[in-house]
Design a protein around this ligand. Structure first.
Ligand code: 13P
Length: 256
């Protein structure tokens, strides 16, 4: 399966900084050695910058194959939901992906498993691939509850979308590894991905099609060994996606 390397810029960037980053990414992707032909790559940017990224893609040949995504979507199709952005709006702005259920939204915006399932539905209904994030906290891991937590989070999405579960991208992001510089080891990550694959297998005969990304302090030093694991089908990259050379190196590591 072709791997997917997706950058999650989170709430970072400016018009000037984005332009510099995308210019450098475009130049790097233009060179065959970066391997984008052998993996899919995307950047999930703050919503106000989606139009800027599309405009830069239109003039920079190196960015032609770089997909664009958003970081959140409303569960509602339209209406009196001040501040929210619908999946149809994201689609109009050329989004191929949208991250849903990131732990930062679960933690700081109190998003529940049910809301994450609703947002997944909204994305799928508009033809956008949701990158559904799940993962345990440090407390849950230390209490030996990792498997229970990730299975519960995935089950909520499978319950709502079992018929089209093969259309999602899943991202395992252990909360304790996000932004901490402390990645899960390839062995730890693979063990969880194996459990997730088995759960998907029980839900659909298309489970082999579902990409399961790893996210949490993936960087130039650990990307190759994480991406070499049999059930790790790509990465969701935070901090390292803001540095063009690091992101390009991770994309190149995904060719295996
Ligand atoms: P870091 O790569 O900065 O740890 O962030 C991971 C993440 O949350 C991606 O969604």
């Amino acid at each position: 399966m072709k791997k997917l390397i997706a950058g999650n810029w989170k709430m970072n960037g400016s018009l000037a900084a984005n332009e510099a980053l995308l210019l450098a990414l475009g130049q790097g992707l233009d060179r065959a050695s970066t391997g984008i032909a052998r993996c899919d790559a995307a950047v999930c940017v703050p919503t106000p910058y989606l139009a800027q990224v599309q405009a830069l893609k239109a003039v920079q040949p190196g960015l032609a194959n770089l997909e664009v995504g958003a970081q959140d979507v409303s569960a509602h199709p339209a209406g009196a939901y001040t501040g929210e952005v619908s999946a149809a709006m994201l689609k109009e702005l050329g989004c191929r992906y949208v991250i849903v259920g990131h732990s930062e939204r679960r933690q700081y915006h109190f998003e529940t498993d049910a809301l994450v399932a609703d947002k997944t539905r909204a994305a799928l209904a508009s033809g956008i691939t949701p990158i559904v994030c799940i993962g345990e906290t440090l407390t849950e891991r230390e209490a030996g509850r990792t498997e229970e937590v990730i299975k519960r989070q995935l089950a909520a999405v499978i319950r709502a979308h079992g018929h089209c579960i093969s259309e999602i991208v899943l991202a395992y992001e252990p909360v304790w590894a996000i932004g901490t510089g402390k990645s899960a080891s390839p062995h730890e990550a693979q063990a969880v991905h194996f459990v997730l694959r088995a759960q998907l297998k029980a839900a659909t005969d298309q489970s082999a099609r579902v990409r399961i990304l790893y996210g949490g302090s993936m960087n130039v030093a650990n990307a190759a060994s994480l991406l070499a694991q049999p059930d790790i089908d790509g990465g969701l990259i935070g901090g390292a996606s803001l540095k063009a050379q690091d992101f390009l190196t991770i994309i190149a590591a995904a060719k295996i």
